[in-house]
Write a protein that binds this ligand. Structure first.
Ligand code: ARG
Length: 486
């Protein structure tokens, strides 16, 4: 075969070309082996486009019927694993279109009327991501519920709250867990916000400039569920922007990174709490591994890996944002590089959320009708740790302030008391009244009420504070918000 007689049918644009693509370039440029996972979105987008083309009289109703039939067959082939994905056909779009034409002939060739792969791929990624965002939103609810359930059982359990990882003030373990519920609630808000900008239709922008066919873009948007809260069709308003915009992917990736950062912070705490030096909690064995050499070890692999995978998700954000920075309008092949980071971000985030919801809250047992196997809390160890670090020193200062001592003087007085207590190896609450009165004459017997851990915790009865009554109010709010049984 001479150079200009190569099999031109295998390339969608071949008439102009005098030599075939080299194998290396084919592999380098093709995306089918990763973008095939968007096949459902690709078929849904094509069907909506074809339906509109026939409604507008651009293709025949018989063409649309043939395309529907062919797509049903392709769906069945892909689902059963019989579909043959071809590297030569570059991507998911050309693979499906070529098979459609094989199956239904000329109607298949009409499908691409008024469309380009540029607006097609932008539509597919958006449809695919939209459904993943919905799955992630549901998983964020599951994780929040798990945290609220454990918080609820541990409102009165006291652990040391830390600043600088130094014992600071006693807090409720329930309160501590609810801090993460706040983070994941904000993550859910961010996902819902990103979804609004994901859910807009680029199709109809064609290659870059729009199309000369009388397309009804709003009809396609409605068919694909690309509508706002008021039911208005969401359609891109500038064709150049529509085919090249990947802001939505970057925004999603940023929201996912922040969620992973929250997971990573929680992981760090779980790891610290599990260490023998703390012994605050245990996680179920199925989330840990042993050591091949040290028989006593139980390692918190899952939280450690989650902390590690956070780096990879943040890396994808950097990859995506860098991908865009040098691109002139409109579509450039660079954009094909948006998929792998996006796919891996979604996979990593979903797996991590799922595993954390179970590791923290446990698994539902249909027999006992309860969740089992979540984290186990060692309340005495937490309490003992809270007693160790003069966690109620601030309470003593506040006590003096209430007796009329200026706060700065009270602070200084308490520092002396803590120094003396630590020199004698005792906690503040263990110092006899005469000793305490040596630091300030206004100290009376009622001081022991504020020096106790629960006295300190109960005193922080401000909205958002750690007093159990406040924590219970927050739990009630979360129950309502997350649709949990009261
Ligand atoms: N596989 C391509 C992508 O992922 C589809 C769009 C290709 N368009 C083009 N003009 N080469 O971006």
């Amino acid at each position: 075969m001479s150079q200009n007689q190569f099999d031109k049918k295998s390339q969608a644009w071949s008439a102009l070309f005098s030599e075939p693509m080299s194998d290396l370039v084919k592999r380098y440029t093709s995306s089918v082996f990763f973008d095939k996972r968007m096949w459902q979105a690709d078929i849904a987008g094509s069907l909506a486009h074809a339906e509109m083309l026939s409604a507008q009289g651009i293709i025949g109703q018989d063409d649309y019927a043939a395309i529907q039939k062919g797509m049903a067959q392709i769906t069945q082939e892909i689902e059963s694993g019989q579909f043959e994905w071809k590297l030569d056909l570059e991507d998911v779009h050309l693979n499906i279109e070529a098979r459609l034409t094989e199956l239904v002939g000329i109607a298949g060739k009409r499908l691409h009327t008024g469309r380009s792969r540029n607006d097609q791929v932008a539509t597919d990624v958006r449809l695919w991501l939209r459904s993943e965002i919905d799955a992630i939103a549901a998983l964020l609810v599951e994780l929040q519920r798990a945290l609220v359930e454990v918080a609820e059982r541990n409102v009165d359990v006291i652990l040391p709250g830390f600043t600088h990882l130094q014992v600071a003030q006693p807090v409720s373990f329930g309160h501590h867990l609810l801090a993460y519920v706040e983070m994941f609630a904000r993550d859910a808000e961010r996902m819902a916000d990103v979804r609004r900008r994901v859910n807009r239709l680029p199709l109809g922008s064609a290659a870059l400039a729009g199309t000369s066919y009388p397309l009804d873009r709003e009809r396609v948007a409605r068919t694909l569920g690309m509508v706002d809260e008021q039911g208005n069709a969401c359609v891109s308003q500038n064709s150049l922007d529509a085919v090249s915009d990947r802001d939505f992917a970057i925004e999603f990736s940023a929201a996912a990174s922040l969620t992973m950062v929250h997971i990573s912070r929680l992981s760090e705490e779980l790891i610290i709490w599990m260490s023998q030096n703390f012994g605050f909690i245990k996680i179920a064995d199925r989330f840990t591994t042993g050591s091949s050499i040290m028989p006593q070890k139980k390692n918190p692999d899952v939280p450690e890996l989650a902390r590690g995978k956070t780096g990879r998700v943040v890396g994808h954000l950097m990859g995506l944002i860098t991908l865009m920075k040098g691109q002139p309008l409109a579509y450039n092949k660079d954009n094909q590089e948006d998929k792998e980071p996006l796919f891996d971000t979604v996979d990593t985030l979903k797996d991590t959320l799922r595993i954390f919801a179970e590791m923290i809250g446990g698994q539902y047992n249909a027999q006992t009708q309860r969740k089992e196997g979540g984290i186990t809390v060692n309340a005495p160890a937490m309490q003992a740790a809270a007693l160790k670090g003069y966690a109620t020193a601030t309470d003593l200062a506040d006590y003096l302030v209430k007796k009329g001592v200026p706060f700065r003087d009270a602070h200084e007085t308490v520092a002396h008391a803590v120094k003396a207590a630590s020199e004698s190896g005792r906690d503040l609450a263990e110092l006899p009244l005469e000793t305490l009165q040596g630091f300030h004459a206004s100290i009376g017997n009622d001081v022991y009420g504020v020096l106790s851990l629960s006295g300190s915790m109960n005193a922080r009865n401000v909205l958002g504070g750690t007093a159990p009554v406040q924590v219970r109010a927050q739990i009630a709010r979360h129950h309502e918000r997350l649709g949990m049984a009261a």
